[in-house]
Design a protein around this ligand. Structure first.
Ligand code: FMN
Length: 206
């Protein structure tokens, strides 16, 4: 697939077919992730891959399965909300299933330093910024393979708990969970917020 086609086709998907992704394709995608720019030239990134249901359950136990109290609100915002609210209404009830039902869960860990959690400037966040370059490469490579990804940011202690059950060294952090799989044929279409690129470009001065 041509690069621009993959960029425009990439979407976060939260419903998957029950078809496994081959190991060689998974490796190709992670390898594309590893080509990302890196703030320290070291590419201090490690990937925990989960395929078996038991391993997935072990890691996903920290995500609340249901969003029952919010369901009525979600149903209403799904129909009447803004584009952002509609996206949340689709996404929130799927936070567990979009990872559990994906062929694989990819957990990208990055080597952290004190500055990441206590930044004094934007550059303190470099390890975090670098891993997000990796993550976008993974999304684009998955799209090029006619696959798709879901993604969740761990909230509260979720990331630390996941790292603990996986026996990840202390100085590695989890920026997000990625679900990788073949996108389902039947899935909600999520309205995108429209923008005009010409209005986003400020020539010479804002
Ligand atoms: C930093 C970041 C955090 C996100 N967190 C979540 C999340 O926790 N759960 C989720 O389902 N989607 C999450 N998303 C996906 C967004 O909802 C999605 O990218 C957005 O709606 C735009 O849709 P698109 O990626 O399909 O273009 C996140 C995306 C980004 C970039």
């Amino acid at each position: 697939m041509e690069l621009y086609e993959a960029i425009y086709k990439r979407r976060i998907v939260r419903d998957f077919k029950d078809i496994p992704v081959l190991d060689e394709i998974l490796e190709k995608i992670i390898s594309a992730g590893m080509q990302a720019p890196t703030h320290d030239h070291l590419r201090n990134w490690e990937f925990v891959i989960l395929k078996d249901k038991k391993d997935k359950e072990n890691v996903l136990q920290f995500i609340k399965k249901g969003v029952e109290p919010q369901l009525e609100i979600l149903k209403r915002t799904l129909k009447e909300g803004t584009a952002q609210q509609k996206m949340y209404a689709v996404a929130m009830p799927r936070q567990y299933s979009m990872l559990y039902n994906a062929s694989h869960i990819i957990l990208p860990f990055f080597k952290s330093n004190h500055g990441v959690m206590h930044p004094s400037s934007v550059s303190s966040l470099n390890p975090l910024s670098s891993i997000w370059c990796v993550i976008e490469n993974i999304f684009l490579a998955a799209t090029a393979e006619n696959l798709a990804c879901s993604m969740r940011i761990p909230v509260g202690d979720e990331g630390l708990n996941v790292a603990k059950v996986l026996e990840v060294p202390d100085n590695y952090l989890l920026p997000c969970y990625i679900g990788l799989g073949y996108p389902a044929d039947e899935k909600p279409t999520i309205e995108q917020v429209l923008y005009n690129v010409k209005q986003k470009i400020h020539k010479g001065k804002w």
